[in-house]
Design a protein around this ligand. Structure first.
Ligand code: 4NP
Length: 153
């Protein structure tokens, strides 16, 4: 899960996907990172933590880190929050760039829409709730697709 700062959107995405995967019995390694180095080592934004907790998910132990090109090899799927993240991941990954692994997260819940998860950084708590719901729907679609695929095999 990748965004710009790794303190607002992608920590929520990490927490939500990990939670839903675990509930579904999937043993996935879920992680998140930012394309920038602005907040390395920081906890998730207080409002991301608050909104996650309201929904029963504790993301307080996460620490921001920067995306590295090795992540392109380590992870099977890389979900980016917006189209700028997509371009930045491409630049950082250099020779390891693999287009097949990288997707806009909201294309999972809104296929083909190329929608961005809006950055709630400058906004109010309401924005964080909206972002939570968008990310949650996309993560639900990812897990649902995997389970369906497994049961029809
Ligand atoms: P995020 O939000 O990419 O969802 O973590 C941001 C957090 C911090 C900044 C930008 C976006 N910043 O410029 O510091």
């Amino acid at each position: 899960m990748v965004c710009l700062g790794n303190i607002c959107r992608s920590p929520l995405a990490e927490g939500i996907l990990q939670h839903k995967a675990k509930q579904a019995g999937l043993k996935w390694l879920v992680d998140s990172a930012g394309t920038s180095n602005y907040h390395i080592g920081d906890q998730p934004h207080q409002l991301s933590q608050k909104v996650a907790m309201i929904n029963g998910i504790d993301i307080s132990r996460q620490k921001a880190r920067q995306f590295s090109k090795d992540d392109m090899v380590k992870f099977d799927k890389i979900y980016v929050m917006d189209s700028q993240n997509y371009q930045d991941v491409k630049v950082i990954s250099r020779e390891f760039w693999n287009e097949d692994r990288v997707k806009l997260l909201l294309n999972e819940s809104h296929p083909g829409s190329n929608m961005n998860v809006p950055d709630p950084w400058f906004g109010t708590e309401d924005g964080y709730h909206k972002v939570y719901q968008l990310i949650s729907d996309a993560c639900e679609a990812i897990v649902h697709k995997t389970i369906q695929h497994k049961t029809t095999k």
